[in-house]
Unconditional design. Sequence first.
Length: 534
Amino acid sequence: MRKKKKIEILKESFGALKNDAFNFDSIGSYFKNNSNSESFHILSDKTCNDLDFEELFMFLDRTNSKVGQQYLYNKLRSIPAQSEALEFKENLIHKLSQDEQLRVNTQLHLDKLSKTEAYYIASLFQGEYEKAPWWFFVIRLLSFTSLLSLLMIPFNAKMFFVFFGTFIVNIGFHYWNKRNLYKYLGSIPQLLKLNSIAAKLFKVSEFKEINQELKSSIQVLKQVRNRMSFFRLEANLQSEFEAIFWGILELFKIAFLLEPLLLFGILKRLDNKRKEIENVYCFIGEIDALISIASLRKGIDYYCIPTITKSEIKAEKVYHPLIPYCISNTIEVNEKSILLTGSNMSGKTSFIRTMGLNMICGLTINTCFAEAMTFPRLRIYSAIRINDDLINDKSYYFEEVLTIKEMINNASNGKANLFLLDEIFKGTNTVERISAGKAVLSALSKSNNFVFVSTHDIELTDLLTDEYELYHFSEVVNENKVDFDYKLKPGKLKNRNAIRILEINDYPDDVIDEAIAISKSLDQLTIENKHTVS
């Protein structure tokens, strides 16, 4: 693609969603192999599944390189212990948003790392290298024999047979090594590009502050550049099918066993340069992630930079970015947690997810989908989307029990947590569900924890009024349709519309009549039980 056309596309696409395929095995590989030991909290696979993290990532990701994409994914799943260099990063995001020339020039460099092979760069500082076998001295000996016999041919023609015999033996070792070589044909040429791009971007004054010590890492990798260039040549030849030149070069490499000698020599050097490779990788990843955040903010109606406090949660006009035309809501949480009631599809679970993902984005990329948000630095756990585990012979209820048990353990560890739950213990009977639910929710809300939980059990609202603020979502049932306003309202839900919804969907009259009669008798029984207890 011509550079001029590429520049036009970059300018037009700033603020827009990507139109790419997402391979999350490759995107998430850097995160999975990264220890993130210094992080405040790592989002679990369970929480990511509950909050539709992959769909969220596809919305947030506006990176230009595969390195930046992997780095952004890791950033979103690793809540930092503190917001480091926040003012500098915000200033740089602003600069990239306003200075189109700087942004586009940077994107042109980053785009050179947009091929799939760039995903493999991280393996050069995270993975194990192939080790030379114990008998590798044989390869050195054969290479020396080939060279010596070739040089001796003008003096002794019989040395040709030595050279030819050695060449035949070398063929076996050469193609034995191909398997090792192919593992690095993608990553090492991309590492050369990465280092070259980093060297150019480090000259930009705005980027030097990201890592002022980067120059030494770049220089260290440049020292092995000439040897690594062999892989770039090999990769290009393989892809361009330059048959004649490739054939001659292949014979030359077989004769002197150049591939195994170069490969294991380079791998030994790179094995000692892991930190330098990672420094360069993170430098490029950070720049791309900042451009991505700038593009994200450009493409949404409104956002805010959150305020991190110690004791309260506030959200003004907060919304879910993945829901088209999402209705925003406002909430303030101080000493008590939040218990939501409402019918199905009224908005309870979506609101819980909204709060969860906004806190994740606020703590990781300093961006919330709201007019204003305030919240503490919290560890986030969820029990929203739970399924039977048939392979391991675990029922829905047992899976939920294990998930919530982990929450209870975390609730009492003295750290601040956010617990997100939807319809607690819905896999068991009513009496035990309410009893166990009350006990668990009381335990989770203690200490510095915040809980957002939804329920259909109105009885829980009476049992938890001292510990939870009550809110609800409601709907209006007309003659032949149900209208939801998706607005959060204080207090518990008072209207019941489930049987009415059955009626407008043409359930048989005898079914409706019996349901109404049973409902009235159960309500009367509940009232009598309350009077008895009081």
